[in-house]
Design a protein around this ligand. Structure first.
Ligand SMILES: Cc1cc2nc3c(=O)[nH]c(=O)nc-3n(C[C@H](O)[C@H](O)[C@H](O)COP(=O)(O)OP(=O)(O)OC[C@H]3O[C@@H](n4cnc5c(N)ncnc54)[C@H](O)[C@@H]3O)c2cc1C
Length: 378
């Protein structure tokens, strides 16, 4: 009997979890999958908002990797320090791994330090570490002018800044501070969801309905105490600044020579990089779609089919369909839905479903199915 194929997957986020699950299920006994992540737990992006608004604790939303028990899969909590894509060799803080097939699913790093003054005079709300810190900031906020600022032209989960605005508006109303407060979204995006007027108009209508203001196509260059300096020369005063920091590819990926345009270029149908037997999926891969967990998961499914076909003789894989369904928290416990097909036609096609309580139930189901599939949790 031949040796199992050694597949090393770097990053146990949406992409790495889905890919390792699919491969170990379909190719049991023929693959030896090593999944490496620096953290001991996975946290859904949207769970950070639950923590920030006191709906769940960090402990409740942390899905421990130690709970993954799947034949053929070994999880290592280690930090990747270097990647040699030619020899498919990875060095971590505790060991060296040689792969037959290497998959990079390391996501996007956040670089809040690139916006002068952000960390001193404002707060980022995108990292796992920020969630409990921002929760305290929100709890202690006595009301006033809030600016939610998107600081880079490329960021994951385009609806998230709007979700933050709607949830904060609800919170301020609930604690009796809305009368003396205002919320303003400042973003370089030309509209909330640039590929769809329908979805963008739905979000803008909902912002208008609750008195949240917005300035699209607007860059924030730096913060001073209480003042955001915009690139167009305007100065926006604030009492609380919550920022979506600039996103960059992880340094270890850049140092490996894997990036071309700042991210890893891949073949859109197979997720192969320019290096033989090295693949990339998720936020770190350069595909003409927005960055989101559902996208990373879809890319992982397509790559799983590619590898199953290659290693196990499964059916010819279909190209990545670029089809997603994404939820948007829009306040009052209601969640809207956006279905988009990015890649099947000449231009992306999107469908917007306005917020409802059913949307909230569906989002709960979305999380539950992933917890069950990846972690075996009921
Ligand atoms: C506030 C917020 C809300 C969001 N809401 C949604 C939503 O509702 N729906 C949705 O689809 N998406 C949402 N997202 C986006 C989503 O979280 C990301 O797009 C998704 O996680 C990307 O998956 P990925 O596998 O590419 O990367 P990630 O999930 O980020 O995983 C990358 C992994 O690599 C690990 N890693 C990085 N560097 C190293 C290293 N050197 N060594 C070892 N490990 C390393 C990290 O620890 C991480 O676990 C949201 C994001 C935020 C911030």
């Amino acid at each position: 009997m031949s040796e199992p194929t050694r597949i090393v997957i770097l990053g146990a986020g949406f992409g790495g979890l889905e890919l390792s699950t699919a491969l170990c299920t379909a190719l049991a006994g023929t693959v030896d999958v090593t999944l490496i992540d620096q953290h001991d737990a996975f946290v859904f992006g949207f769970s950070k908002l639950d923590v920030m608004f006191g709906r769940q604790t960090m402990d409740e939303v942390s899905l421990r990797y130690s709970g993954i028990a799947r034949p053929g899969l070994t999880f290592r909590q280690e930090t990747v320090q270097s990647i040699d894509p030619v020899n498919k060799r990875v060095v971590t803080d505790s060991g060296t791994y040689d792969a037959d097939i290497l998959v990079v699913a390391l996501g996007a790093d956040l670089a809040p330090e690139t916006t002068p003054g952000l960390l001193e005079h404002g707060h980022e709300f995108y990292s796992v570490a920020a969630a409990p810190a921002v929760r305290e900031v929100i709890e202690n906020f006595a009301g006033g002018r809030v600016v939610i600022g998107v600081l880079g032209g490329f960021f994951k989960c385009p609806p998230a800044p709007y979700e933050m605005a709607f949830l904060l508006r609800d919170h301020l109303e609930r604690v009796g501070l809305w009368e003396q407060s205002s919320i303003s979204i400042v973003t370089p995006m030309p509209k909330p969801i640039p590929i769809s007027d329908d979805v963008s108009n739905g979000i803008i209508g909902a912002l208008d309905a609750v008195g949240i203001s917005y300035s699209h196509g607007t860059w924030t260059d730096r913060l001073e105490p209480g003042i955001a300096h915009l690139r167009d020369g305007r100065e926006v005063p604030f009492d609380l600044f919550l920022g979506v920091p600039v996103h960059v590819a992880p340094g270890v990926v850049v140092d490996a020579g894997l990036t071309d345009d700042g991210w890893i270029a891949v073949d859109q149908n197979t997720f192969a990089t320019k290096f033989a037997d090295v693949y990339a999926i998720g936020d770190v891969a350069s595909v003409p779609v927005p960055r989101a967990g559902v996208i990373a998961e879809g890319e992982a499914r397509t790559l799983a089919e590619v590898l199953i076909h290659r290693l196990g003789g499964g059916p010819e894989p279909a190209p990545f369909p670029g089809e997603i369904m994404c939820y948007i928290e829009m306040g009052a416990d209601r969640i809207g839905r956006v279905n988009v097909n990015f890649l099947s036609g000449p231009a992306p096609v999107a469908r917007y479903t306005p917020p409802s309580l059913e949307g909230s139930a569906e989002k709960g189901e979305f999380g539950a199915t992933r917890r069950a599939r990846w972690f075996g949790l009921a």
